[in-house]
Structures are given as structure tokens and as C-alpha cells.
Design a binder for this molecule. Structure first.
Ligand SMILES: NC(=O)c1ccc[n+]([C@@H]2O[C@H](COP(=O)([O-])OP(=O)(O)OC[C@H]3O[C@@H](n4cnc5c(N)ncnc54)[C@H](OP(=O)(O)O)[C@@H]3O)[C@@H](O)[C@H]2O)c1
Length: 335
């Protein structure tokens, strides 16, 4: 019997996940029914949002059941199809499970065909030329309304989303300050063209440090971490500033004890707009975003940053590294 490999959740993580929370298992090869396709995973995407699905609490997807394969985005190739709209050989991105083969139908969450441009590595279409780039673009321009000449601050700035936000903000003529958790990450974003980098672990007062660089304040804060960082930046926001809330990774490993932000009154003082978003809430801008990302990459203005591992069985460790803050760029596993 032909089998597939899957990564199962066998224990709910406490804090940062550990290898014992996951197990590699085999299962029979699934067979597509009428209207369905069998997909071979080519690139697995490690996303902070997966941490939310591992707790037994409602998120924007139901929790993963104990003993079930983990949910995650992946890029794969259709290898068998009983759906005329999705022929064999099509490359697709979709929400799937951590299974080296899986069956989906045409209504799978986030399903879209991928058309790699010649010369670009396929895995970047799961990164800065794919969902990561679209998230950066939507948050910065559609939600944050960043304009040329404005000042942008972005947290987790050497990560997948943050490193893209900084580069596309520079491409539009903004001044960009990145907040990062190590000297190596600070150097990485300076090399990408950020105007300034602040290592928050080595800086006792990040608000004072930002104010030294931009005494007139911040127009757009692209928030990836929430918590103390958001609290520190709120008083630096300019009149009619915008905070695009992309995520709050600083809270995910201990979601029972979120940090209480004490500076929210600044929303009133400076008439700040603070808005959370999910990339696919903005279908009307995604074509424009994809075109601009492709053009910036072709011109060398956007350099996709990726942290790539080889082998299906590396998915859990890659996820653990992501949730430990150890990674730089988009964390991906090539199958
Ligand atoms: N709204 C959406 O549609 C959407 C889509 C994708 C991602 N997101 C969000 O975007 C944010 C960034 O995600 P990403 O996939 O691009 O990840 P990432 O930035 O590549 O990696 C995570 C980084 O977050 C930082 N971090 C800060 N506090 C942390 C903590 N307590 N534990 C672990 N890491 C911590 C670390 O960088 P430092 O060492 O520099 O702090 C770490 O390297 C997340 O909040 C995620 O939920 C939102």
C-alpha cells in the first residue's frame, strides 16, 4: 500500500513548542473523489499563526485536534485531479495539513494557482513574492496608508513580514526604522536598506532611542509583536498616525497572560487609527500588490529573505525555531 507522511499534534504546547509536542506518522495515500485533487507538497510554510491553532481555544481556524495533522499553508503540485478547473501539473498555494500529499477541492481555504516568474526560486512564492509580500503590502499601504516621506516603524523587522515591510516602505520613499532582537538581525536589516535598526534586547528604552532618530514622531507603526513594544510606541505616534496591527507574536506562546497596554489613551490624544487586518480581507488590492512585488524583485529593490530547510520531517523543528525568535527571513521547508 502506498503511504504518505504526516506531522501530528500529540500534545498541546506549553509556552514555546518542543519536539515532543509533535510526531511523524504514516497514513494511507488519499484518493481524490469527484471534484477533488491530490496535491504533493513542495514547500511548507511556517507561520506564527499556527501557534494559535495548537491551543484549545477559538482562533480564526478551529484548534487542531490531538492526534490530527497540523494545519498550515503550503505550496504544492497537483499530481492527480478529478476537477477540470485544476489540472495535473498546476502549482497551488492553499491552507492544507502537514502531510506530504493531501486531497483538496476547488473551495479549499486560500486556494490559488501560482505562476512563478522565470529566474525566481519557487520557495519565494511562499514568501516575499507570495503571502508574506502581500501581507506586508496590505498592512503598510492599504491599512497603514504609508506615503512617500513618512516615517515607518516596524517590529520583528528581520522576520519574514518585517523584512519585506521595510524594503517596500523604502521603495515607496518612506523613512524606515526596524526593531529587532539581536545585533545580527540589526545588521541584516541595515544591509537591506533600512534607515535605522534598534536591537530592543540591548536597548533599555526603545521609545527614547526611536525619538532620537525621528524627533517629529512616527506616521505608521507596522505592529508584528504587540505587548510592551506597542505600549512604548503609542506615545511616539504623530497626529493622525496609523497603526497596522498585523500580529502580536510576543503574546502567542503565553496567550493566557497577555501584556496589558497602558498607553491606549494616546489613540485619543493624537487621533490615531489602529486597525487589525487579515491579508485576504483586501482582495481588491492583491493584483496590484503582486505586480508591484514582482516588479520590485525584478529590479533588485526587494530582496526576498528566506531561511530554508530541506526535508518534510524538519517541519516541527523549523516551527520551534520560528517561535523561539531564532530565525531570519521567511521560514520554509522544501519537501
Ligand atoms: N494579519 C495577517 O494576515 C498576517 C499574516 C502573516 C503573519 N502575520 C503576523 O505577522 C507577524 C510576523 O510573522 P512572520 O511569519 O513574519 O514571523 P517572523 O517575523 O519571520 O518571525 C517571528 C519573529 O518575531 C519576533 N518575536 C518577537 N517576540 C517574539 C516571541 N515572544 N516569540 C517568538 N518570536 C518573537 C522575533 O524577532 P525579534 O528577535 O527581532 O524580536 C522572531 O524572529 C506575526 O505576528 C504573525 O502572526 C499576520
Amino acid at each position: 500500500m502506498e503511504t504518505i507522511r504526516q506531522i501530528l499534534l500529540v500534545r498541546r504546547p506549553q509556552g514555546v513548542p518542543v519536539p515532543e509536542d509533535f510526531a511523524l506518522a504514516e497514513a494511507p495515500m488519499p484518493v481524490p473523489g469527484d471534484g477533488e485533487m491530490l496535491v504533493k507538497m513542495r514547500v511548507g510554510s511556517l507561520d506564527a499563526a499556527i501557534r494559535g491553532f495548537l491551543d484549545d481555544r477559538p482562533s480564526y481556524l478551529p484548534p487542531v485536534a490531538l492526534g490530527a495533522p497540523i494545519n498550515g499553508m503550503s505550496l504544492g503540485e497537483i499530481v492527480a485531479s478529478r476537477n477540470a478547473d485544476w489540472p495535473v501539473g498546476t502549482l497551488v498555494r492553499t491552507m492544507a495539513t502537514w502531510s506530504d500529499h493531501y486531497v483538496i477541492d476547488g473551495n479549499a481555504l486560500g486556494l490559488e494557482a501560482v505562476h512563478p516568474q522565470p529566474g525566481n526560486d519557487l520557495h519565494h512564492y511562499m514568501g516575499a513574492l507570495g503571502p508574506v509580500g502581500l501581507t506586508a503590502w496590505v498592512g503598510l499601504f492599504a491599512v497603514g496608508e504609508a506615503k512617500p516621506g513618512e516615517t515607518v516603524v516596524v517590529s520583528a523587522a528581520a522576520g519574514a513580514t518585517g523584512s519585506t515591510v521595510g524594503q517596500i516602505a523604502k521603495a515607496r520613499g518612506c523613512k524606515v526604522i526596524g526593531l529587532v532582537g539581536s545585533a545580527q538581525k540589526a545588521q541584516t536589516i541595515l544591509d537591506l536598506g533600512f534607515d535605522a535598526a534598534i536591537d530592543y534586547r540591548a536597548t533599555p528604552d526603545i521609545a527614547a532611542e526611536i525619538a532620537k532618530i525621528v524627533p517629529d514622531g512616527v506616521d505608521v507603526y507596522y505592529d508584528n509583536v504587540g505587548g510592551e513594544t506597542l505600549e512604548a510606541i503609542l506615545p511616539l505616534m504623530r497626529l493622525h498616525g496609523r497603526i497596522a496591527v498585523c500580529g502580536m507574536i510576543g503574546q502567542y506562546n503565553d496567550a493566557d497572560h497577555p501584556h496589558g497596554v497602558k498607553t491606549l489613551w494616546q489613540l485619543v490624544v493624537n487621533r490615531i487609527r489602529m486597525q487589525g487586518f487579515i491579508t485576504y480581507d483586501y482582495p481588491q488590492v492583491l493584483d496590484q500588490a503582486q505586480r508591484e512585488l514582482d516588479a520590485w524583485a525584478a529590479d533588485g529593490i526587494l530582496r526576498p529573505l528566506a531561511n530554508v530547510r530541506q526535508g518534510f520531517e524538519k517541519l516541527p523543528q523549523a516551527f520551534i525555531d520560528l517561535m523561539s525568535g531564532r530565525t531570519i527571513g521567511k521560514t520554509l521547508v522544501l519537501i
